[in-house]
Every structure is written in structure tokens, then in C-alpha cells.
Design a protein around this ligand. Structure first.
Ligand code: 6PG
Length: 248
């Protein structure tokens, strides 16, 4: 289990590094005449990346080769202000030419359990499998200041050691249900990237990285994310990394 850090001055510089990484990976798959299967997170941080995609990478990434999935989705309609798909549509999908057939939306408007089953079956049909779990080329994760990632919250650890690839999480404060990939699915991705910015994340990031065993004792979900390929990467800005000792 190892972590690799990419630390930048500002959130935009972090986003640009991620965008360049994705551009590189899409082109590598393109050379193999293969699509690039990526699952993205919601929340606010990805907006920085999506805006950069639109402003600086519209022409340089072969978007028609990107197959877009979600790490998680709030159980609301896609037009709801809290919808991850809705945010992605407004800030990215309206502008880039990803074919509709390559956009695999979690349908937050459906019954959560029904949708979790449907989405798992979709992933099993659309992606290569490893030990029965779908394998993404990349998952792009955020992290909450409580140590949650995807919609796996400290209150719900069944999603960490799940036999399911997709399940239903519950926000501990609002009770909002969410469709979410589980830890085993996240860990099987060929590349696992965290995109984390802001001083509010620095303490929890320190716990995840420097006190990993304590973080696991606290059952912080992000501390259970370890890419099965061995390298989990953190793309962070300096404020998020301010409490880290990244050289051990
Ligand atoms: C979601 C996300 C969630 C997010 C973290 C960080 O649906 O909200 O998938 O896991 O990545 O909460 O959110 P911010 O980027 O807004 O800090």
C-alpha cells in the first residue's frame, strides 16, 4: 500500500495536473483503440476541473473516447440542484462531445436499491471484471472533512467490506440516500486519484496519510482506499497538504 502525492500551489494548478493526466491516459488508450472508462465524483471540487476541461482541453482530449461513469449520486432527479449529474452536465457535458451512449448516469430519481442493482449490472456489462468486480481505468475521488469518500460515510462501514460493487449510502446528517460505488470497486480501478483542496481537509488528510492505522481505527472511509495496483495518488493543493509529512 503506497501513496503518491502531487502538491500544487492552487486548486486550479491541481486541476490542470489532473486534466493533463487524464488527457495522457485517454491518448494511451486511444493508441490501443480502446475507450477510457472513468468514474467521477460530485461535490464542489470537480467543478474546477470541469471548467478547465472546457476552457483549456476542449480540443486536445479525444472526448469521443471517454466513457463516463459516476462514483456516486444523490438520490434526487438529475435536474435537482444537488444532483452530481446535473452539476456535471451544466459545467462539462453541455460543452464536450462525449457521445450520449458513453454517458452512464446513475439514475438518482429511481428507488435507491433498485438503481444500485441496475447500475451494478450495467457496470458488469460495460466494464472488464476482476473477481466479479468492475474495473475502471480511473476513479477520481474527493474526500469530505469527515473522511468520507464517494458516498461512503463513517457511519456506514458495510460499504467498505461489501460484496457488492454498487450500493446505497446514507448521508449521516441529512439522511439523504445516495447510490455509491463501494470500496472494493474503487480499489480495483487501474488508477485511483484523489482530488482534494482547501485547509478544511488538511487535518483529516493528515489522519488518513500519517495516522493511517488510527484513521482505520476511526473507520474513516477514505483510509480504506488503496489501489489494488499498489499506488493511490493524491492531487492536492498546499493548504490541504499543510499538515502532511509526505516524506517518510
Ligand atoms: C459527493 C461526492 C463526495 C465529495 C466529497 C468532497 O457526492 O458529494 O462524491 O464524496 O467528493 O464530499 O466534496 P467537495 O469536493 O465538495 O469538498
Amino acid at each position: 500500500m503506497s501513496y503518491k502525492f502531487h502538491v500544487f500551489e492552487t486548486p486550479v494548478e491541481v486541476a490542470r495536473a489532473i486534466a493533463e493526466r487524464i488527457q495522457t491516459e485517454v491518448k494511451i488508450k486511444n493508441k490501443l483503440s480502446l475507450p477510457f472508462n472513468i468514474a467521477i465524483s460530485g461535490g464542489n471540487t470537480p467543478r474546477i476541473l470541469f471548467n478547465l476541461f472546457v476552457n483549456e482541453f476542449l480540443e486536445s482530449i479525444p472526448w469521443h473516447l471517454v466513457r463516463l461513469f459516476w462514483v456516486d449520486e444523490r438520490c434526487v432527479p438529475p435536474t435537482h440542484p444537488e444532483s452530481n449529474f446535473g452539476m456535471t452536465f451544466e459545467s462539462l457535458l453541455k460543452f464536450v462531445s462525449i457521445p450520449d451512449d458513453n454517458i452512464f448516469r446513475m439514475q438518482g430519481e429511481l428507488d435507491p436499491q433498485t438503481e444500485a442493482i441496475r447500475y451494478q449490472q450495467l457496470l458488469e456489462n460495460e466494464l472488464p471484471l476482476e473477481n466479479g468486480f468492475p474495473v475502471f481505468d480511473m476513479v477520481l475521488l474527493g474526500m469530505g472533512d469527515d473522511g468520507h469518500t464517494a458516498s461512503i460515510f463513517p457511519s456506514d462501514l458495510t460499504l467498505i467490506h461489501s460484496d457488492l460493487a454498487v450500493s446505497v449510502g446514507v448521508h449521516p446528517l441529512t439522511g439523504q440516500k445516495r447510490i455509491t460505488l463501494t470500496i472494493p470497486t474503487l480499489n480495483r480501478a487501474k488508477e485511483v486519484l484523489f482530488f482534494i483542496t482547501g485547509s478544511s481537509k488538511s487535518e483529516i488528510l493528515k489522519q488518513i496519510i500519517n495516522d493511517n492505522s488510527e484513521a482505520i481505527q476511526k473507520k474513516l472511509p477514505a483510509s480504506y482506499v488503496h489501489s489494488s495496483t499498489g499506488m493511490t495518488e493524491f492531487y492536492v493543493d498546499k493548504t490541504a497538504a499543510q499538515d502532511l509529512q509526505t516524506t517518510k
